[in-house]
Design a protein around this ligand. Structure first.
Ligand SMILES: N[C@@H](CCC(=O)N[C@@H](CS)C(=O)NCC(=O)O)C(=O)O
Length: 210
């Protein structure tokens, strides 16, 4: 197994799906969590290929792009976290890119907004546009599956991203995007439940306990 070091902030963000996937696959890795000042110092020294994180060092070689890293972890795991069937892999990829690209970029400006009223206005616009389009699309994909996950009974990297997204809305940590966002999407809620109950995910959340 290669030596892995995952560098990110001390927050879930883009690293959380990777941490969960590595934990589910029981692949040892160094979970390097930077304070913002440490990140800036390293960035200025050119430590990150694109100036951003997450960065996954594979035997010392720094690699970027969360989606690529997720697929790599799934390949290392050797199980069903990324399907070998072309059509199922397409479904997984379209979910990963919808969340990691479309939704994430649409949300980004509001994450930096300090004025709460302005932030809520941005979030309402998100709901009136790209976020609802994305959630409807994802609900439709899951509705076509035998469930509970995107490609059926096996948890894939798409389900990790979707499960974390559902948990994020349920937690109420995003102003203006609470559990009510999921009201019209029973299949996404059911996927979120199945994700939270998955033994590997439960073990991940209980790590460090006992
Ligand atoms: N396409 C990249 C995006 C990485 C990215 O946007 N990282 C953000 C944190 S989530 C970052 O490092 N921002 C600080 C900066 O660019 O200075 C990925 O999917 O990993």
């Amino acid at each position: 197994m290669p030596q892995l070091r995952l560098t990110y902030f001390d927050s879930p963000g883009r690293a959380e799906p990777l941490r969960v996937a590595l934990s589910l696959a029981k692949i040892p890795f160094e979970d390097r969590r930077l304070k913002f000042a440490e990140f800036m110092a390293l960035k200025q020294r050119g430590a990150f290929p694109l100036g951003s994180v997450p960065v996954l060092e594979v035997d010392g070689r720094p690699i970027v792009q969360t989606a690529a890293m997720l697929r790599y972890v799934a390949h290392l795991a050797g199980g069903g976290m990324y399907p070998s069937d072309a059509r199922e892999a397409l479904l997984v990829d379209t979910v990963v890119d919808t969340l990691n690209d479309t939704v994430s970029h649409a949300l980004l400006p509001s994450l930096f907004e300090r004025d709460l009223e302005k932030k809520l206005e941005m979030r309402r616009a998100l709901l009136a546009g790209p976020l609802t389009l994305a959630l409807r699309y994802l609900e439709g994909l899951v509705a076509e599956s035998t469930g509970p996950f995107v490609t059926g009974a096996t948890l894939t990297i798409a389900d990790i991203l979707l499960g974390i997204t559902v948990q994020q809305y349920r937690s109420g940590t995003l102003d203006g995007l609470g559990p009510e966002v999921l009201e019209a999407y029973p299949r996404l809620r059911a996927l979120g439940d199945a994700y939270a109950a998955h033994p590997g995910v439960v073990a991940y959340h209980n790590r460090g306990a006992a």
